[in-house]
Design a protein around this ligand. Structure first.
Ligand code: GUN
Ligand code: ZN
Length: 434
């Protein structure tokens, strides 16, 4: 029996990147989309799709926006319960709030509880894919992959390796980081919708020996992503300089140890030297912009327009729990505000692209998710563009789709998320009445 579903609304489809030409022309809006066997089967007019799929179950969403589910390209699911912790900057914040919380993830029951809580919150906000750091405990990775597998979600995750400058309960070694990452990678990478990312936390918490060991592991598994942090705060960069005196710059601490490549994901990447920018562009590694986090921890203003103009690969992320919201709507608003402070007004199409297709491209998953196109996996979010009185009264004046969408990007939250679809099935959201 066919499991086809026919959804009607305003179906937002990216034909090209809105950073490559007129942003308004990068998008097509169709009346309907048909899902079958977990994938997008077709898009088009309601009439055409109704004829082609006469028995499809109908989901009529009126004038709601139907788009690809959000892709959050950098989160720390273990920090879910310490989001919005007051008053510290990066290194202090890690020592005061993050490391003590992460120590608890040696406990499989706690790891499972927070993994489930994180994924349910993410879904409630319309995020269907996340690329997450776990903790240094292998059990934290197992818990996350099992929780995602149970929800049939496409996720990326890895054991966060760290062998210095953290409490004993979080430290591994160069050898155990390699061994445990390898076992986890061999267990989970490519299983169902899961993929493994080799994950050195950042240069200050790894010895050169550990970075070297993880570089070797990446060379043995070049189809895996590698995720880390880069040049988030100026104090951190100065610390890296003292820890790696022979490195040309922060990026070089990774490059020297085999941790720079096209499948590399470099979180934050705010304060880059010209050589670092050139090397990132030449290798194709992705810069992951974490705007709410950069404001919350006081890290700095990522220059989106400059990075796009020099052809960098850029993703967008919440960076839970340095980030202050699970919502990619709020994350887009923060990206807009930071770009304004840098002198550029990002177009709503550019914001939506960064939160979907752009992040999917950064994760090398754009052949699977991040857009609505036949053959892609059917992970969708349906957004009510009048979800609060404030938004509704502003959207009422809209003269085109962008004016209709922008108030929700700036002011929307989980109340805007009407439905979420994962692999062609509608999800019961934790924020909806039971
Ligand atoms: N740098 C190293 N670890 C972290 C982390 O957990 N969060 C953020 N924002 N930056 C980091
Ligand atoms: Zn991070």
């Amino acid at each position: 029996m066919s499991d086809a579903k026919l959804l009607t609304g305003r179906v937002l489809i990216f034909d090209t990147s809105p950073f490559d030409g007129d942003p308004a022309q990068s998008v097509r809006v169709e009346e309907a989309v048909c899902l079958q066997s977990g994938k997008v089967a077709a898009t088009g007019t309601f009439e055409t799709l109704r004829k082609a799929y006469p028995t499809a179950e109908l989901h009529l969403y009126g004038d709601a926006l139907i788009m690809a589910g959000f892709v959050d390209a950098h989160v720390h699911y273990p920090q879910t319960a310490v989001i919005a912790s007051w008053g510290k900057r990066l290194i202090d914040w890690l020592n005061t709030y993050t490391f003590p919380e992460e120590m608890q993830f040696h406990n499989p029951a706690y790891a499972a509880e927070i993994a489930g809580r994180y994924l349910d919150l993410a879904l409630a906000y319309g995020t269907t894919t996340a690329c997450s750091f776990c903790t240094s405990h292998p059990t934290s990775v197992t818990a996350f992959f099992e929780a995602a597998q149970g929800r049939n979600m496409r996720v990326v995750a890895g054991k966060t390796c760290m062998d210095r400058h953290a409490p004993q309960g979080l430290l591994d070694t160069a050898q155990t980081a390699y061994d445990q990452s390898k076992i986890l990678l061999e267990t989970w990478h490519g299983v169902d919708r899961l993929s493994y990312a080799i994950t050195p936390r950042f240069s200050p918490t790894s010895t050169p020996e550990q970075l070297q060991a993880l570089g070797a592991l990446w060379a043995e598994h070049p189809d895996c992503l590698m995720q880390t942090h880069l040049s988030e705060q100026t104090d951190e960069i100065a610390w890296v300089r003292t820890l790696y005196p022979s490195a040309r710059d922060y990026l070089d601490t990774y490059e020297e140890h085999g941790l720079l490549g096209p499948l590399g994901l470099y979180g934050h990447a705010i304060h880059l030297e010209p050589r670092e920018r050139d090397r990132l562009r030449d290798t194709g590694g992705a810069l992951v912009h974490c705007p709410t986090s950069n404001m919350f921890i006081g890290s700095g203003l990522f220059d989106m327009a400059a990075r796009m103009a020099e052809d960098q690969v850029v993703g967008l992320a919440s960076d839970i729990g340095g980030g202050s919201s699970f919502s990619m709507l709020r994350t887009m608003a923060a990206a807009y505000e930071i770009a304004q402070l840098r002198g550029t007004a990002l177009h709503p199409a550019q914001l939506l692209w960064l939160a979907t297709a752009g992040s999917a491209r950064a994760l090398h998953l754009d052949d699977k998710i991040g857009n609505i196109s036949s053959g892609l996996e059917a992970d969708l979010v349906v957004l009510d563009l009048a979800s609060t009185p404030t938004i509704a009264q502003r959207a009422e004046r809209a003269e085109d789709i962008w004016q209709a969408v922008f108030p929700t990007l700036m002011m929307g939250d989980d109340r805007a998320v009407r439905d979420v679809w994962v692999a062609g099935q509608v999800v019961k959201l934790s924020s909806q009445p039971q």
